[in-house]
Design a protein around this ligand. Structure first.
Ligand code: FAD
Length: 284
């Protein structure tokens, strides 16, 4: 099912993000987690794509398994920086042959800590180049990334929104956001996008905190602000307490977003079904 049909629902759309494991041995346990995630009746599963195409093989393996064996609706992430037109085209052909109808078109970043990485080409500079390329070569629905707290490289949120609008005008029909913990950033962002004439669904990305060190690292990378009172509570809790606080917070965050008109939520599962199961129990 295409994103345009999925987000035409009157019900909130619950979707999950998974990532390809680092090794082939990680694939079997992930498929078991996916069976558990399926029990939660998600509308959509998205599969991330390694920086510079570094996990392309395992992304493809997962996509094929999910379509053919689990019969879940899919969106594949696809990054373009460093890739050649030929390798992107091969990927698009494969997934379209399996009936994958949705692509999250991203620029990506060059892989860090990989001294052997050699870009194939410099033909793709920004996500918009991929949006245009994918539009020319597939019938898939295309989504793009949005950054309520501004992309770390951007001079201003306003310049980000100008480029985002170009991607929408080039054919992208939905925006999946970077994670955030303060819903006000999302509400202000949606309002700024509507003022700029961007009318497509803006789907909030929700991260459930289960580990303090991990979230401090992620927040630093993504520049997502952790509200001071939440951080305070997390710093005073033990390991089990952190998880409980994180699950409760994500549940409240989702309830607030859905009550205030978000079309759904996209949950980062970190390839574990138990945490998102707990979160959704607090919501529905
Ligand atoms: P772009 O749209 O190219 O934007 C990057 C920067 O360039 C921004 O500052 C923007 O304002 C600016 N810009 C945009 N267009 C232009 C232009 N035409 N001229 C000049 N400047 C411009 N990464 C992965 O490697 N794999 C994944 O699976 C993945 N999934 C993600 C999912 C989500 C929901 C999000 C939010 C991010 C994801 N990322 C992933 C990370 C993403 O690849 C990085 O954040 C990357 O730095 C930016 O990608 P983009 O598509 O926004 O790029």
């Amino acid at each position: 099912m295409r994103l345009s049909e999925i987000y035409a629902q009157s019900k909130p759309v619950i979707s999950f993000e998974i990532f390809p494991p680092k090794t082939d041995e990680g694939l079997t346990p992930l498929l078991a987690e996916l069976q558990k995630l399926k029990q939660l009746n998600p509308w959509l599963i998205s599969v991330t794509y390694g920086a510079g195409g570094t996990t392309q093989g395992r992304s493809l393996f997962l996509l094929e398994k999910i379509v053919k064996e689990l019969q879940l609706e899919l969106m594949t992430h696809l990054t373009c920086i460093g890739s050649s037109e030929k390798s992107i085209l091969e990927f698009l052909k494969k997934i379209s042959g399996w009936g994958v109808e949705n692509i999250l078109a991203l620029r990506g970043d060059f892989p860090k800590n990989d001294p052997d990485y050699q870009p194939e080409s410099d033909v793709f500079q920004h996500a918009i180049d991929l949006v245009k390329f994918a539009n020319r070569h597939t019938n898939a629905n295309i989504a793009v990334a949005g950054f309520p707290e501004k992309h770390p490289e951007s001079a201003s949120l306003q310049s980000d929104i100008v480029y985002l609008k170009e991607k929408i005008e080039a054919g992208a029909g939905a925006i999946f956001t970077q994670l955030f913990f303060n819903n006000q950033y999302y509400y202000d962002y949606v309002s700024a996008l509507r003022t700029a004439g961007i009318t497509v669904p803006v789907i909030p990305g929700i991260w459930t905190i289960t580990n303090l060190k991990q979230i401090q690292r992620i927040a630093e990378l993504s520049r997502a602000e952790i509200p001071a009172d939440l951080l305070n509570k997390l710093q005073q809790a033990d390991e089990k307490g952190v998880r409980e606080i994180g699950i409760t917070y994500a549940g409240e965050q989702i309830k607030d977003l859905l009550a205030n008109g978000a079309p759904g939520v996209h949950l980062y599962t970190l390839n574990k079904a138990d945490t998102v199961t707990e979160v959704l129990k607090r919501v529905f």
